[in-house]
Ligand binder design. Structure first.
Ligand code: UDP
Length: 242
């Protein structure tokens, strides 16, 4: 009964599996990825996914002057995820907060396994992720764009890391949750993989899922990653040719 009322409010046909924004359960929001969009960065990328607009700039590898951060046998990969004050409905207070510090950390950890850090001892690679507009799923959008920006900077990598979330909304396992689905939904599972090996470099889970639902959600997120992975490759090819 509750489902029927909700669907009526959302203008949905209660018998169809369509979501509030008209997508099928396994459908990504419209997306585009561009490489090499900033003149002054060593590498850059721009990504749109639904209402998300994300710009990434990469600097390095370059010498790291802060001794306490320096690693004698490899580069450090520093990521800064930042949401612009105008990126969300309620103006976001500028500067870092708990959430952005957490997302910066997991982004760095998701990207690190793909980068040949050992080729650049005592160096740093700096990744700046700027969320210009947010509509749910920005951490995944940031990781996907960051990996294209790293490739654009010529940083040697095993693979392009790609990220996508799946979750549960209105009792159904769905791909790539919108902001509304994320806020009102039952679960959100962001996943990052290296498509060539299938290695998972990020797996977070927020909400409640049965083991069966979790498996379905994970597989759906990986399917989403594979679709976005094609767009990453196309962005690099468009910039540098085959
Ligand atoms: N959001 C917001 N204000 C904030 C932080 C987040 O409006 O200060 C919105 C934004 O659209 C974001 C969504 O909430 O994409 C979900 O945030 P979450 O922390 O789940 O991370 P995300 O899904 O973006 O990776």
């Amino acid at each position: 009964m509750i489902t029927i009322i909700t669907n009526k409010i959302l203008g949905k046909d209660s018998t169809s599996s369509k979501r509030a924004d008209g997508r099928a359960s396994d459908e990504l929001r419209p997306f585009k990825i561009e490489a090499g969009v900033l003149e002054r960065a060593d590498g850059s990328a721009y990504l749109e996914l639904g209402g998300n607009k994300v710009m990434v700039a990469v600097y390095g590898p370059r010498e790291l002057h802060i001794r306490r951060l320096m690693q004698p046998d490899r580069a450090v990969l520093r990521c800064r995820y930042n949401m612009a004050p105008f990126s969300v409905d309620d103006r976001k207070r500028p500067g870092p907060d708990r959430r952005s510090v957490e997302i910066s950390k997991i982004t760095s950890e998701a990207l690190m396994p793909a980068v040949f850090l050992e080729k650049f001892p005592r160096s740093t690679i700096d990744v700046f992720i700027e969320v210009l507009e947010a509509e749910g799923g920005t951490r995944c959008a940031g990781i996907t764009a960051a990996s294209v920006a790293l490739a654009d900077a010529g940083v040697p990598m095993r693979d392009l890391v790609v990220a996508c979330a799946a979750g549960k909304s209105e009792g159904e396992v769905v791909l790539d949750l919108s902001e509304a689905e994320d806020k009102d939904g039952e679960a959100d599972v962001p996943v990052a993989i290296m498509p060539r090996t299938g290695e998972v470099t990020l797996l977070q889970s927020d909400g409640n899922l049965t083991p069966e639902e979790f498996e379905k959600t994970l597989n759906l997120a990986i399917e989403g990653c594979m679709k976005l992975s094609e767009a990453q490759k196309e962005a690099i090819i468009k910039r540098y040719g085959d």
